[in-house]
Ligand binder design. Sequence first.
Ligand SMILES: Cc1ncc(COP(=O)(O)O)c(C=O)c1O
Length: 374
Amino acid sequence: MNLFDVYPRYDIAPVKGEGCYVFDPDGKRYLDLYCGHAVISIGHSHPHYIKRIKDQLDQLGFYSNSVKIPVQEQLLKKLGQVSGYDDYALFLSSTGAEANENALKVASFHTGRKKAMSFKKGFHGRTSLALEATDDSRNLASVNVTGNITKLPLNDIEALNAHLDDSYAAVIVEGIQGIAGIYESCPNFLKTLKRTCEENGVLLILDEIQAGYGRTGKFFSHQHTGIEPDIITTAKGMGNGFPIAGTLFSPKIKAWKGMLGTTFGGNHLACSAGIAVLEVLENERLMENASEMGGYLMNMLSRIPEIKEVRGKGLMVGVELEADVKEIRRDLLFNHRIFTGAASNPKTLRILPPLSIEKPELDYFISSLKQVLA
Ligand SMILES: Cc1ncc(COP(=O)(O)O)c(C=O)c1O
């Protein structure tokens, strides 16, 4: 059998990970500043994470949501405490797209409306409505086009005022657009969005799938602005590589039996991974580290004359160059052994390291990037 060949891939096969590094079969070490699309939050193969998952596997790997799952209760308690959203309710699933589908579906149930709004350059997943809300026509098959989604330019308050009304169920927005190339939703825009949603009975969905889980220095990126969304979606860093995602609902949104469902979501192993991530985030003060190291990185990058712009918050950093970054990424990877990320903007490098990264690794990246750009 062949793989259904959809991914362009580098000719590298990491077989081992440790902290900020991955290793190929010859033992060659690569600094991971991309984390497989921003997934590795607490570092590769963290001992506490491995132990929690192994211990759980020794007990019970899986049972479905037809029974009580005590480890879900532990995750809920911890997530409520660490995120500051202990009065919200959580639906557990396995991928980011699924978390967003569930968010949009519940918004439609709650409001009795079918339209939703999203933003240009935004990314919300590759399934059904999450895909239609995404600004990428290459992936959109005709079956995905319902015509229920309106896309506006991000941070355009005038456009928002002109379009958002009480015919919409929801607005979905990334606190910081990731795949687009690290573009922040301005605090003032988010505040206006929240107010306009409230005035029109529209639910505000914050897609924190890439920007959440401490990456920007706060647990969720929107917490830099002080707004409280009605629904928050999360995935990526939540399981440090174990597939787990969540949709958080404000107390005003009520569940009923059968409203949502999944076979795998919230299983024992996934919850154990999720608890381990939160424990490490807290015990090792990784949000503080993300804030501090992110500040250091952005400051160092802004001193490199060849760089046009540095954008982002914490350890979610976009580096805009004068030219396409494709060759620069290859040079960094094959000559300096550093993984970096691309973005829809071809001139932007995306830097998304583990939240545990320290100065020596960042200094190595800075000096390598200077050499590549010289
Ligand atoms: C902001 C955002 N939302 C949703 C998704 C979709 O997540 P998944 O690939 O797990 O379905 C992604 C993935 O990159 C993302 O960055």
